[in-house]
Write a protein that binds this ligand. Structure first.
Ligand code: C2E
Ligand code: MG
Ligand code: MG
Ligand code: MG
Length: 294
């Protein structure tokens, strides 16, 4: 009867809760081992300059090469790492590896001699003790010029403590490292933050690009953001380009750079090198409008 079925539900619920807690503890424990064993890998997603179709930049995106579960995306472990604090270790490893790789490419690969690299900083990393020194030391260790590095932060990271974030961003500016505002347009105070903090670049969130071709409002919003950016001498990267039409549209709207699966997925280092050497030379796929009309 009712009492039993109620109990039954409770038992199922408890079991589900227990499973989730166990899973979470496994993940925390696993993460700690992964940090020690160095199981993280960095993939690189090409960012294309829309004026000349060259890969001008790359975003470093962490992957966890888990011994039994295979390659895990950051969405599966970054939030937990952020909560437990493991993000500081994971982040330090990603920064070190991405800076090492960028320095290597700029020195040894003729097509990549001017490549710029972007590294994501979570809110906790951004405000962790000594982050500016850490970045400075990493650049020095691998002899990467500071203008080759950008740090991507989100609005939520910046709004929690504007004063502290301003201080940290001033530190980065002194080093010569630029800061990009990631996932622009997903928060509540996007416009005011552009005025209060010294970003060099706006990364338009991919939700704008998603319905760009069907919806007039998205195009209008992007156009307005490009205007605001130009007024403040900021550059605009459009994220999440998945189709030829979207690429054509953001180019028409005046974005400076494009990033998305249509151009390339995030790639392991040797595939990134190969992509930069061959794909863009073929031209046709990413043809700039002038070539299109010819
Ligand atoms: P994000 O910084 O906004 O990075 C862009 C994400 O969008 C990446 O997902 C990328 O693979 C994905 N993406 C790129 N183009 C397309 C597209 O055309 N369509 C779709 N649907 N997605 C696209 P990923 O690599 O899974 O990373 C997810 C998020 O995890 C990142 O979002 C970033 O917030 C975080 N993250 C990744 N690597 C790191 C890291 O090293 N440190 C920290 N703190 N966070 C990281
Ligand atoms: Mg990013
Ligand atoms: Mg983003
Ligand atoms: Mg995003």
């Amino acid at each position: 009867h009712a009492k039993d079925s109620g109990k039954g539900c409770g038992a199922t619920f408890d079991q589900a809760m227990r499973d989730r807690v166990t899973e979470r503890l496994d993940l925390e424990f696993d993460l700690r081992r992964a940090v020690e064993e160095g199981e993280f890998e960095v993939f690189y997603q090409p960012i294309m300059s829309l004026s000349d179709n060259r890969v001008a930049k790359a975003e470093a995106l962490v992957r966890w090469n888990h011994p039994t579960r295979g390659i895990l995306p950051p969405t599966l472990f970054i939030p937990v790492a952020e909560e437990t604090g493991a993000i500081e270790e994971v982040g330090a490893q990603v920064l070190d590896e991405a800076v090492r790789q960028a320095a290597h490419w700029r020195r040894n690969d003729r097509t990549l001699s001017e490549l710029k690299i972007s590294v994501n900083l979570s809110p906790r990393q951004l405000t962790s003790e000594g982050i500016v020194d850490q970045v400075a030391r990493t650049l020095h260790k691998h002899q990467l010029p500071p203008e080759a590095l950008a740090l991507e932060i989100t609005e939520s990271a910046s709004m929690d403590n504007v004063g502290l974030v301003q201080e940290i961003m001033d530190g980065f500016a002194e080093l010569g490292v630029s800061v990009h505002l990631d996932d622009f347009g997903t928060g509540y105070s996007s416009l005011s933050i552009l005025h209060s903090l010294p970003f060099s670049t706006i990364k338009l969130d991919r939700s704008f690009i998603n319905n760009l071709v069907e919806e007039v409002e998205s195009a209008t919003t992007i156009w307005a953001v490009v205007m605001i950016a130009q007024a403040g001498r900021l550059e605009v990267v459009a994220e999440g380009i998945e189709t030829h039409d979207q690429l054509a549209k953001i180019r028409e709207l005046g974005c400076d750079y494009g990033q998305g699966y249509y151009i390339s997925r995030p790639l392991p280092p040797h595939e990134f090198e190969a992509f930069c050497r061959t794909k863009l030379d073929e031209g046709a796929r990413f043809a700039i409008p002038a070539t299109d009309h010819a």
